[in-house]
Ligand binder design. Structure first.
Ligand code: NAD
Ligand code: GLY
Length: 349
């Protein structure tokens, strides 16, 4: 077992992240060690595969899909917590991917002004990104994650064995966030040389090699920790974690969160950011080729180009936009990024 710690100094609050080699059949015993009464929020697919093995009580089953991260389900989860008489010292446990983690976390942040919240990520995306850092949210008709909070979990339990049953598409969506880390690593002030790691081990990664996946998760989470410990509420440095997301979120919105997964859109956003950086002489062609080569190795789904006239107005409504400027995180050097503001002709202002 590997244990990492997130330490949010301003709040004098820290929490552990356990990366377990144990089988998922041991999960309940490991997790409930520190929990009194609880409600579990679990995605439908995860419940079908693991419901019996996990054997949790008080399970709220959330249907699958990004559009389930909505107010109706948030209210249903709260009602379920009231019916199960959850008190302040009790816990909401999220078992699933980013959708479950985000909505269950938002319920935990607001139920009785905040109760304990435990993350058990079961997708690669949730293992390397969404389960850590406390961004919790639901979507509404104006966009994605627009209603939410920064609410850190009390603990995160990662059992990489879950990843074996992920569909290839869901696995690759997580790899989208992994690739993101590889290109921002130096700006996180950490040096694992993730780009090298990915180039060296991509075949093993695509073959779900347990030892390599464990190491990959450890590296990505360590990178995320180093950022959120310095900037929990995304006032500055944490914005680098949005690399690829300005364009990516716009594509997700333009396609109603149905056609492409979050990770696929992030990859499209990374490609867009590299081209924007090249056009503005921030990087040279060699670095663009390094990015293209990595994207090719993981054989990501190609997203057709969208008319910029349609994408720009959507990017302007992004949470990260400022007044009438679009905020982009762009590559500037090997594994390093910087923040830039662009006008609607996409020239640096
Ligand atoms: P997801 O939660 O929709 O999960 C994808 C699919 O995989 C679902 O059908 C789910 O039921 C299924 N699944 C989960 N675990 C499985 C397993 N072990 N075996 C088989 N199937 C399994 O998608 P995701 O990619 O995990 O997360 C995307 C969401 O995360 C988006 O809503 C995005 O906005 C959010 N997100 C949040 C943060 C954050 O910091 N909070 C960061 C990145 C993304
Ligand atoms: N996934 C971006 C963040 O946690 O800030």
């Amino acid at each position: 077992m590997t244990e990492l710690t997130v330490n949010i100094k301003e709040k004098n609050f820290s929490y552990p992240i356990f990366i377990e080699k144990k089988p998922v059949s041991d999960l309940k015993e490991v997790v409930l060690n520190s929990v009194k009464n609880y409600v579990v929020v679990m995605s439908e697919k995860v419940y079908k595969i693991y419901g019996k093995i996990l054997n949790f009580d008080n399970v709220f089953i959330l249907k699958d899909g990004e559009n389930q991260k909505n107010f109706k389900n948030y209210n249903r989860i709260l009602d379920f917590c009231f019916k199960n008489k959850l008190k302040r010292e009790d816990s909401i446990i999220a078992v699933g991917g980013g959708v479950v983690g985000d909505i269950a976390g938002f319920a935990a942040a607001t139920y009785m002004r905040g109760i304990n919240y435990i993350q058990i990520p079961t997708t690669l995306l949730a293992c390397v990104d969404s389960s850590v850092g406390g961004k919790v949210a639901v979507n509404n008709s104006f966009g994605k994650n627009l209603i939410g909070a920064f609410y850190q979990p009390n603990a995160v339990f990662i059992f990489p064995e879950f990843l074996k049953t992920l569909s290839l598409r869901d696995f690759k969506t997580g790899l989208g966030e992994v690739v993101k880390y590889a290109f921002i690593e130096k700006s996180c002030d950490v040096d694992f040389n993730l780009l090298n790691f990915l180039n060296e081990h991509y075949t093993k990664i695509l073959n779900y090699d347990s030892a390599i996946l464990l190491e990959l998760i450890r590296i990505c989470i360590s990178l995320k920790i180093s950022v959120i410990e310095k900037d929990e509420k995304e006032n500055g440095l944490r914005r680098i974690l949005n690399f690829g997301h300005t364009y990516g979120h716009a594509i997700e919105k333009l396609t109603n969160y149905k056609k492409y997964t979050h990770g696929e859109c992030v990859v499209a956003g990374i490609v867009f950011a590299f081209n924007l950086a090249l056009n503005n002489n921030l990087i040279d062609k060699n670095y663009l080729f390094i990015m293209q080569d990595l994207i090719k190795k993981f054989d990501f789904k190609q997203i057709p180009q969208f008319d910029l006239k349609k994408v720009i107005p959507v990017m302007k409504t992004d949470k990260k936009a400022t007044s009438d400027k679009i905020r982009f995180i762009l590559p500037v050097n090997y594994a390093a990024v910087n923040e830039f503001l662009f006008d609607d002709l996409l020239t640096i202002s």
